[in-house]
Design a protein around this ligand. Structure first.
Ligand SMILES: [Zn+2]
Length: 244
């Protein structure tokens, strides 16, 4: 079968050494979701790719598509988000959390324009963010919404009873009422759920106005737990498919 050469807009998520002189670059592409692309000879001094294929770089790439690995034949920098992020530890950590979230949420081989635009928008916003942790939560919630894992934040995820509720359980699907909460459900400040609801609507400023250190810590934990629980479920179902 002849391999196809395609063009894509791509964000470098992660990279690792491969063979003697190559690197595998994990890309989120707008057109094909996650792509693992080999950059041949990139670790040699006179590589034409140079340092372009590093995390936080947005690229215009040419790819030869392969079954599990593609080959990157050309890469031009569109934008580098790292310069401003690397100077500020909190923003840098937030940028890394955005890229980790991307890798957990994106699918291979599926058009991913909505997720791609959210990720690029989040990295742009982080460069000048005074509340990087809130920006990460905002990105992850909206990214979960466009990939089908949106938590219920006002209505009970189980019975639909209207909130505000003061408990959250990823397994149940989000906020849960007193009647539906599974054993071991954590109590949270209803305003922490309110902040998450506002972030999902894109009302970041209104959300920021409600933030206290305790609420922000609860928001971070709920978002992380929800993302973690759902990506574990997906890994399990992908493994089952692999074995079929
Ligand atoms: Zn309920």
């Amino acid at each position: 079968m002849r391999r196809q050469s395609v063009h894509a807009r791509a964000l470098v998520v992660r990279s690792y050494d491969f063979g003697e002189a190559d690197r595998v670059i994990v890309l989120l592409t707008r057109e094909f979701g996650i792509v693992r692309g080999v950059a041949k000879g990139v670790r040699r001094a006179k590589s034409r790719f140079g340092s372009r294929l590093e995390p936080f770089v947005e690229l215009s790439v040419q790819l030869y598509q392969g079954k599990s690995l593609s080959t990157i034949t050309q890469a031009d920098t569109v934008e580098f988000f790292g310069a401003e992020l690397i100077d500020d530890l909190a923003r840098y950590a937030a940028g890394c959390a955005v890229l980790e979230g991307v890798e957990k949420l994106a699918y291979e081989g599926a058009e991913s324009a909505a997720l791609y635009d959210l990720a690029v928008g989040a990295l742009k916003a982080l460069r000048a963010s005074e509340m990087p942790k809130l920006h990460v939560a905002s990105f992850l919630l909206r990214a979960m919404a466009v990939t089908g894992w949106e938590p219920s934040l006002y209505q009970c995820a189980q019975c639909g009873a209207e909130g505000p509720h003061h408990a959250f359980h990823p397994h149940a699907g989000g906020a849960v009422c007193v009647m539906c909460r599974p054993a071991g459900t954590r109590e949270v400040d209803p305003e922490a759920l309110h902040i998450m609801w506002l972030l999902l609507q894109g009302a970041d400023q209104a959300a920021a106005a409600l933030v206290t250190p305790t609420r922000l810590a609860q928001v971070e934990k709920m978002v992380r737990d929800h993302l973690h629980w759902h990506s574990e479920r997906r890994m399990l179902s992908l493994n089952v498919l692999d074995q079929a």
